[in-house]
Design a protein around this ligand. Structure first.
Ligand code: SF4
Length: 235
């Protein structure tokens, strides 16, 4: 049987496999040059559990922007303990107080792109140096901007992005977490379906179908830049 020869073909082939098999393929191909990230938000438990079963010796990377909810940090620590994860915390160059002193106390309102670039994107870019691939929990049903997320995405001059849960629905996530007895983020019960930094996140109402509607609500921004700074190959 002829094997796929490029990553686009692998991506198409992996569509027919389950998330565990997709992850196993990526771990087998890239080993420790594969970097896994999690926001430890609602629904993160599914991929974290899969990661630990497929790659128990490899760490999970987490960006602590300095603006996160205390509940997220507590949830992170609980899941690390519950799932037996090894955690690497990525931090911005300037701690929160220094950053606010330099750029203004309301920079997250006045210039949220600058704020995300410093506190989210730059720490990620530093962590990706020397890595060949990056696993994250992006899903097609999270928002319009993520509707075309492939399982494997080749980028221009950057690591390959791997999205084992690309075709999972929110319901698939919760079903998986429930069947594996994985705790949910404590803010989920209060209507926070997607959780980022505290100043830029609000709960969503029942009539909002976009699970990221509570992120930068009322502003044009829909993505922090983490998943857009790498350009897709061939675009
Ligand atoms: S989400 Fe808000 S607080 Fe967090 S880095 Fe971006 S602009 Fe700053």
């Amino acid at each position: 049987m002829t094997q796929p020869t490029d990553l686009a073909e692998h991506s198409a082939r992996l569509e027919a496999l389950d998330a565990r098999a997709r992850l196993a393929w990526a771990v087998d191909r890239w080993g420790d040059s594969l970097l896994m990230t999690s926001s430890f938000g609602p629904g993160s438990g599914a991929l974290l559990h899969l990661w630990h079963t497929v790659a128990p010796s490899l760490p999970v990377h987490f960006i602590d922007t300095g603006f996160l909810f205390a509940e997220t940090l507590a949830y992170r620590d609980r899941l690390v303990d519950q799932l037996g994860l090894s955690l690497v915390v990525l931090s911005p160059e300037l701690p929160r107080e220094d950053f606010l002193r330099k750029h203004g106390l309301t920079v997250y309102q006045d210039d949220n792109d600058r704020c995300c670039a410093h506190n989210k994107v730059a720490p990620m870019q530093r962590a990706l140096v020397g890595k060949n691939a990056w696993v994250s929990g992006l899903r097609r049903d999270q928002s319009q901007t993520r509707a075309d997320t492939p399982i494997v995405l080749e980028t221009l001059d950057g690591p390959v992005k791997v999205h084992p849960l690309a075709d999972w629905s929110r319901r698939d996530i919760y079903r998986y977490q429930e069947s594996h007895h994985i705790d949910e983020h404590p803010l989920f019960a209060q209507g926070y379906v997607s959780v980022g930094c505290e100043p830029c996140t609000r709960p969503v109402s029942l009539d909002e179908t976009d699970e990221r509607a509570g992120r930068w609500a009322g502003q044009a921004k829909t993505e922090c830049g983490l998943h857009t700074f790498l350009e897709k190959k061939g675009t």
